[in-house]
Design a binder for this molecule. Structure first.
Ligand code: SF4
Length: 514
């Protein structure tokens, strides 16, 4: 066990004052509201061609540290939907057309041909098809991509495979292609079972029957998981209607997981549905109150479901209780094996009373994987706007975005081990309030005080961090206050670039060629 770290000596007052002023400017340029916002403050952009990115992958794979106990994930982005819902807050989507889908397929297949051989020797632990809605692709195209992925990349024997679906564009042939290629996790954006409300939100007349037909197409629950998303706060909705939808889904023999999300009202949505009054939109959301939760609890109990609520209160997840119980030991084994979670480290933390969050099987988000990992993490993104992260090399997104022309290029930042450490530490502090030096040394070859001496000195002085056995314990602060403290971990050059960009400086669309 490493000895307790000591705060490094403080820097000069001038440097400190300059940083304080810089943080105030960064906050003015774009209000810091959450810790994760700070994790994504980045420095100057660079641009790589596809063959150049392949070279980065090759050098990363040859790095023995990268081949060790890390986890590798592949994400395929399908930025198309049958129509664009009026509440959608993702602005890079396009309505699907045969021409757009064909162009997408050509690009993705070309990327697979170049990047597949470059990652030879790397075993992938998960495949995620997201968007948009990948189910807009015809079954023939789905099979073409699935086969290319199977042939061009090496997969862990128990790699997880997940896909996002729109019930209105699902059919038996598509479901069969997914099952044939080992998909186990299916996520449906349903939003509401009321067809008139779906039509009013530009989603077509999706009804309860449409959703039931889709659920019937999927494999039995012991072969995979099906999650259904419902949206709270829609124009025309009500707690009573939502509870009715929930009950209909709970009674389906497929026993889907049900995620209830609060709608995030965009300016366009508020204008179109609430006469421009954000207060009316908020009043709609406020109706999902304690009384709603009491009734939801009663329904969950009646159908043997459990409910998990996120801290923000903006997401509730209902899971079949029997499935959770049955998979409890398997859930641990899968996490240990697939995501490189160090079971002994987790057990030690449990015994010492420190909080440990092990997410349920099948619900690992990218950020959760980032937080839980104990080895290098690589993410290979395919398709317009998909993110790629090559451990200790680069963090980029794919260009052009949906519908654009020109060769596929990758825009983003070079990454060092310290950059990786900074981002990892932000999520550790947010979720665990503890950073373990042995873990950082394993992962990044440095401790917190070695990598971020100035930040640690400030945090120790203002009481945000205190040295404890084997690492640093952090105070539990409101998200904004924590975010402002975490700004100390960002290099000055990156902060200056961030401020410039937010205040209308160099456009991210024109990164520097490296
Ligand atoms: S289906 Fe989903 S991703 Fe597509 S527009 Fe609607 S909300 Fe957005």
């Amino acid at each position: 066990m490493p000895s307790s770290p000591k705060p490094p000596p403080l820097h000069s007052t001038d440097v400190r004052q300059r940083r304080v002023a810089l943080h105030a400017r960064a906050d003015r340029a774009s209000r810091i509201a959450t810790p994760s916002q700070v994790a994504y403050i980045r420095g100057r952009q660079k641009r790589w061609t596809e063959p150049e990115l392949a070279d980065l992958w090759t050098s990363a794979v040859q790095d023995t540290h990268n081949r060790g106990s890390g986890s590798n994930h592949l994400y395929v982005h399908v930025p198309f939907c049958k129509s664009i819902c009026s509440f959608c807050n993702y602005d890079r989507l396009k309505p699907s057309t045969p021409h757009a889908l064909k162009d997408w397929l050509t690009r993705v297949m070309a990327s697979i041909q170049v990047l597949g051989p470059a990652t030879e020797g790397l075993e992938f632990h998960s495949l995620y098809f997201g968007g948009g809605t990948p189910s807009v692709l015809p079954s023939r195209m789905l099979r073409t991509v699935f086969e290319a992925l199977d042939q061009s990349f090496t997969w862990h024997p128990r790699a997880s495979r997940s896909i996002e679906l729109d019930p209105a564009v699902m059919n038996a042939a598509k479901a069969q292609s997914m099952m044939d290629h080992g998909f186990q996790r299916y996520s449906f954006g349903v939003q509401t079972l009321e067809s008139s409300m779906n039509s009013a939100h530009n989603r077509g007349p999706q009804s309860e029957d449409t959703v039931r037909r889709c659920l019937d197409l999927l494999p039995a629950s012991f072969l995979g998981s099906v999650a259904v998303d419902l949206l709270l706060g829609l124009d025309g909705g009500s707690p009573e209607r939502t509870l009715r939808d929930v009950q209909r889904l709970l009674s389906h023999p497929r026993r889907p997981i049900i995620d209830l999300f609060h709608l995030t009202p965009t300016a366009t949505y508020v204008e179109a549905h609430f006469g421009g009054s954000i207060d009316r939109a908020r009043e709609e959301l406020a109706r999902y109150d304690d009384q709603f939760d009491t009734q939801l609890d009663a329904l969950a109990k009646q159908y043997s479901y459990t409910i998990q609520r996120r801290e923000s209160g903006h997401c509730r997840t209902l899971e079949p209780a029997n499935v959770m119980e049955r998979f409890q030991p398997m859930r641990w084994a899968m996490h240990v094996r697939q995501y490189g979670i160090d079971a002994w480290r987790v057990a030690r933390r449990r015994m010492s009373g420190r909080p440990v969050h092990i997410p349920p099987l099948g619900l690992l988000s990218y950020n959760q994987i980032m937080t839980a990992r104990t080895g290098p993490l690589n993410l290979l993104g395919l398709g317009p706007s998909a993110r790629t992260q090559i451990f200790g090399r680069a963090s980029v997104s794919t260009h052009p975005s949906a519908g654009g022309s020109g060769p596929t290029t990758y825009h983003g930042q070079s990454m060092t081990a310290v950059d990786e450490l900074r981002r990892f530490v932000v999520f550790q502090i947010r979720d665990q309030k503890f950073v373990e030096d042995a873990q950082l040394a394993d992962l990044f070859g440095q401790t917190l005080a070695d990598a971020l001496p100035e930040a640690v000195a400030v945090w120790a002085e203002n009481g945000f961090a205190r040295p404890t056995e084997g690492g640093w314990t952090f105070a539990s602060l409101p998200p904004r206050e924590m975010g402002l403290n975490l700004l100390w971990s960002i290099p000055e050059t990156d902060l200056l670039y961030y401020i410039k960009r937010r205040m209308g400086g160099p456009s991210k669309r024109h990164p520097d060629p490296h």
